[in-house]
Design a protein. Structure first.
Length: 265
């Protein structure tokens, strides 16, 4: 946990300076809010939590953490006003922490970006074939009649509930391809759970997933680096070197910490 906090702190202070203006690639007509619960250690009870936005437009969507978006906006405004970095960090504590990745989807392609310590990466991939299997099971979620489907992606089996009442072939994270919006989805071990929380009409820009400071990388290489960042405190840029101690003052820099990736490699 100490390493996790240390890495996030570095990401916030060193990798999230004033945000670089990103290209506007479309306009969102709707925003779907998802609660995400995820585990980092399979042996421990409880979940980490995040809130996500799925902004959708004409054959285009952007999925990103509401918490991180809010933190970035507050930090950018305070930096522009010349506020002290320590004052900024104290202000950001009240918002909690969210995932840093951003996903932009079209029917043909996915663009994925992330910030790892002091580095920024992005990769592209063809829209996955989730091999969805439609089942007869139904349930009600948020008042929507939903149908069950199962599929495979990233080395995991996923159980999805979608509704044809919202005829949008999209969903949280990279998931799409069903005849209706995915309202809830989880892997078969419940390490990751996304569930729709709310819907609203919008008329806001959809931004690209990455800016000019991002380095294009192979997806497999990204997954390998990401695993090392979270389990070893690895900095892919090589610029950050520090010893990390736990609450008892023990040096835990070289100890591996639990981490469950959403996609396996």
């Amino acid at each position: 946990m100490i390493k996790y906090i240390y890495i996030c702190l570095l990401s916030g202070l060193l990798s999230s300076q004033l945000l670089v203006a990103q290209d506007i690639i479309g306009v969102a007509s709707h925003r779907f809010q998802y609660v995400c619960k995820y585990k980092k250690d399979s042996l421990k009870q409880g979940y980490f939590n995040d809130l996500f936005f799925l902004d959708t437009g004409n054959n285009l969507s952007r999925f990103y953490s509401q918490i991180t978006h809010l933190r970035d906006s507050v930090q950018a405004a305070m930096l522009a006003e010349g506020e002290n970095i320590y004052v900024i960090q104290e202000e950001l504590r009240k918002y909690g922490r969210g995932n840093l990745y951003i996903i932009v989807k079209t029917p043909e392609r996915i663009v994925f970006s992330d910030r790892l310590v002091t580095s920024r990466f992005y990769y592209t991939e063809d829209t996955p074939d989730f091999q969805w299997k439609l089942l007869e099971d139904t349930c009600s979620i948020l008042g929507y009649l939903c149908q069950k489907a199962t599929g495979n992606y990233g080395g995991r089996t996923w159980i999805a509930w979608f509704t044809s009442a919202i005829p949008l072939s999209d969903g949280p994270y990279k998931f799409a391809g069903l005849p209706g919006l995915i309202v809830r989805i989880s892997d078969d071990r419940d390490y990751f759970i996304f569930e729709l929380k709310g819907v609203e009409s919008r008329n806001t820009p959809i931004m690209q997933a990455f800016g000019p400071k991002y380095q294009k990388i192979d997806k497999k290489r990204y997954l390998q680096i990401c695993y090392r960042v979270w389990t070893e405190g690895f900095d892919p840029s090589g610029r950050v070197t520090a010893r990390v101690t736990d609450a008892q003052g023990r040096d835990v820099t070289d100890e591996k910490i639990p981490y469950i990736p959403i996609e396996l490699y």
